[in-house]
Design a protein around this ligand. Structure first.
Ligand SMILES: Nc1ncnc2c1ncn2[C@@H]1O[C@H](CSCC[C@H]([NH3+])C(=O)O)[C@@H](O)[C@H]1O
Length: 393
């Protein structure tokens, strides 16, 4: 470092506390990104490819110039913005490659996701002590959190139901806390359905960087008919159709979900893709004949019995050589990693909507359903998609 003072850089490592410091600092960084997301700062900076100063940005939006600069500097420290020095040493901010993921019209955008995490998901974890103490084992066994119900139903309910939202003097049980979190999930002024859109956008954002790896983890070219069960917004199906143009793919999901996603998540090239939608509950309604059935981030919402029921049914239906493909973030066989999978498992536990499993657990369920050839590709912890393929003899 060039300085007229005596400056020396050192690295102090403390193996015992470093993992904790890393975790804590990651959490702090997340908190500091949220206000920038809420102000749509990344969209506003992306609108200036030549870069923009804090003062000009503040002036355009009637914000405080000095506070804006401090918030932007923090984003630059996370690598989401690049700060260069312009004339008179004024900081000019540009979007970085990582920062692009915070811009709302980017396909794999994290826009709004940090907000949803801070207002809803992180609070969900506060339900865990209550759950541990009461041992209440009920499993709702449906995937969607009450505050994220499709059609904005929860968005509409909450304002009339202020009792949960105001300070409550009574001791709170699990349900009271859960209701309160539901209300906290309704953001002022947001349009109905916004939470659902964010929820499905989270799934796109999580998959986006690994899309090519996921669709080519196994060579799927021999499968010509595919049903993506619980396909949600259809992102995986669209990617498969682009990667395997001969594949005929059906996105099957609950009727209210299909009605919502076909409006909200239709890609610009939809007409060129070989993808259709099907409204249906895979546990009750007929599933079309296919050579490959996919469950991507669906089975963690099902109990063992439900998984066995639906997969046995598919095993019967499949031709020889046909397969079931499961994408899940598996826990290690000894259940002590990877951390993101445990965090997700605890979230499912807190909301009583399912659980994560190990690969051996999935494998033995698949064996009970009649499969003998079972393969798995385990991915790095950042990627929450391990890929399991079970092929019918
Ligand atoms: N019984 C069911 N039948 C059909 N879809 C279901 C069922 N239960 C849950 N789902 C859907 O499963 C999805 C889980 S979220 C995963 C969405 C998508 N596969 C992705 O990875 O991005 C939701 O869209 C649910 O509506």
């Amino acid at each position: 470092m060039d300085s007229k003072y005596d400056v020396k850089e050192v690295t102090w490592l403390h193996p015992a506390s470093d993992p904790l410091m890393k975790m804590f600092n990651g959490y702090r960084c997340t908190l500091a990104v949220i206000p920038a997301c809420e102000l749509k700062m990344f969209d506003k900076i992306a609108a200036h490819p030549e870069g923009i100063s804090a003062a000009r940005l503040a002036e355009q939006h009637s914000w405080s110039s000095s506070y804006t600069a401090r918030l932007l500097d923090a984003q630059a420290s996370f690598g989401l913005l690049k700060k260069t020095l312009g004339p008179d040493n004024i900081g000019i901010y540009h979007i970085t490659e990582s920062g692009k993921y915070m811009v709302s019209d980017f396909e794999g955008s994290f826009d709004g996701i940090f907000t949803l995490f801070s207002k809803v998901f992180l609070k969900s974890y506060s339900l865990i002590p209550e759950l541990i103490k009461t041992g209440d084992e009920g499993d709702k066994a449906h995937w969607v959190l009450p505050e994220l119900q499709i059609n904005g139903s929860a968005d509409k309910q909450c304002p009339q139901d202020q009792s949960h939202c105001t300070e409550n003097k009574k001791p709170e049980g699990y349900q009271a806390k859960a209701d309160k979190i539901r209300c906290a999930g309704q953001f002022a002024g947001q349009k109905p359905g916004e939470n659902e859109r964010r929820m499905y956008q989270i799934m796109v954002a999580q998959m986006y960087p690994y899309t090519d790896e996921i669709i080519h983890a196994f060579d799927l070219s021999r499968f010509k008919t595919v049903v993506d069960i619980g396909g949600g917004q259809g992102y995986l199906s669209f990617a498969l159709s682009r990667g395997y143009p001969d594949m005929k793919i059906t996105v099957m999901d609950m009727p209210h979900v299909i009605k919502f996603v076909r409006e909200e998540f239709r890609p610009h090239d939809f007409d060129k893709l070989n993808v259709t939608y099907l409204e249906g509950d895979c546990l009750k309604d007929p599933i079309p004949v296919a050579s490959l059935y996919i469950f991507c981030k669906v089975l963690h919402h099902f109990t063992e019995e439900k998984i066995e029921y639906v997969i046995s049914k598919l095993h019967e239906k499949l031709p020889s050589g046909g397969a079931v493909l499961i994408l899940e973030d598996t826990l290690s066989p000894t259940r002590d990693g990877p951390p993101p999978s445990h965090c997700f498992d605890l979230m499912l536990m807190a909301r009583k909507v399912g659980k994560d499993r190990t690969f051996p657990e999935f494998a033995s369920t698949l064996e009970r359903c009649g499969f003998t050839k079972i393969k798995c590709i385990l991915t790095n912890p950042e990627c929450i998609y391990d890929v399991i393929m079970a092929i019918k003899d």
